[in-house]
Design a protein around this ligand. Structure first.
Ligand code: SF4
Length: 305
């Protein structure tokens, strides 16, 4: 249905739009996060790494320098002239609108940058920011990523997410009203959540008007509060087999038109405490493909819910 995949992958979607492979370049816009600077919280989400969940970017360099460096790294791997600047670290709409405009426009002015992706928090989509995003959306291919992780309040409190489901819904509405594509992040394997709890989060986002979904396995990284918690209270970690099975269930629940941006997370090998199996991304992805095939299944099989 989606070339060789049984789910609607980002790679498929971007090839359809741009006529060739589009490569995402991870950019650090030197932002911070309200959940770290005291506005919402001081210690951040319990799992957040020192680099604000963007461990493969180069902090401190100009946007142009980062784009050029990442392009030259990626060009060893892929031949393409379509790049998306992905503002990944911390909260990439947490700045003045003037500064944001400057940073996003700098990325857009780089050669072969055909779009922008912005990772942020729902409580950082103000009306003013939405106007800027609308402006960008008119001149380039744009999507905005929101880290929801779970719909369950108890887990949201535990991970110190710092915003409510209602705040998330309002951000999705604001973006929809501006015709901006929204991508939602969900984390599987959060402590205290049952398999049904996780699938309830998937069912919920599948019912929203969103463009894409990213599914991650929870990573326990060194120097995070989650690592300290895990040492004192070792909780159950999903095995690779359990995760693959769960992701296949999740894909069956997701509407066919939702673009799947990711089904595995990227943890830095040197920082990853658990689960080690997530380092073998290709194995996880190929097991997902195989399991869907064995089930004779595909994305959206069980949607409508
Ligand atoms: S919102 Fe993102 S950057 Fe901020 S603390 Fe949570 S994971 Fe880290």
């Amino acid at each position: 249905m989606w070339n060789d995949k049984r789910y609607h992958s980002l790679d498929y979607e971007l090839k359809k739009i741009f006529g060739e492979k589009a490569i995402k370049l991870s950019i650090d816009g030197n932002f911070t996060c309200p959940n770290r600077d005291g506005k919402v919280g001081l210690r951040g989400c319990i799992f957040c790494s020192e680099r604000g969940s963007g461990d493969f970017t180069i902090r401190g360099k100009t946007i142009t320098d980062q784009v050029e460096k990442q392009k030259s790294l990626m060009s060893n791997k892929w031949k393409s002239s379509t790049y998306i600047a992905y503002f990944q670290n911390y909260t990439s709409t947490y700045d003045t609108v003037d500064n944001l405009r400057k940073k996003f426009n700098e990325a857009l002015s780089c050669e072969d940058i055909k779009g922008i992706a912005i990772a942020t928090r729902p409580d950082c989509i103000s009306r003013e920011v939405a106007v800027l995003l609308e402006e960008l959306n008119k001149k380039t291919f744009l999507w905005v990523e929101l880290g929801l992780q779970t719909i369950h309040d108890k887990t949201a409190d535990f991970i110190r997410r710092g915003f409510t489901l209602d705040r998330f819904n309002r951000a999705v509405d604001i973006l929809n009203n501006k015709n901006i594509k929204t991508v939602v992040h969900l984390i599987m394997g959060l402590p205290g959540e049952s398999r049904e709890d996780m699938l309830d989060s998937v069912r919920y986002v599948s019912g929203l008007n969103i463009w894409g979904v990213k599914i991650h396995m929870l990573h326990i990284l060194k120097n995070t509060d989650l690592a300290v918690f895990y040492e004192k209270n070792p909780f159950k970690i999903l095995s690779r087999e359990e995760y693959v099975d769960l992701v296949c269930d999740a894909l069956e629940l997701l509407k066919k038109d939702i673009v799947i941006h990711r089904l595995t997370g990227d943890g830095k090998k040197s920082d990853l405490i658990e689960p080690k199996w997530t380092l073998h991304k290709l194995k996880v992805l190929s097991d997902i493909d195989k399991t869907l095939k064995i089930r004779e299944s595909f994305q959206g099989k069980n949607f409508p819910l």
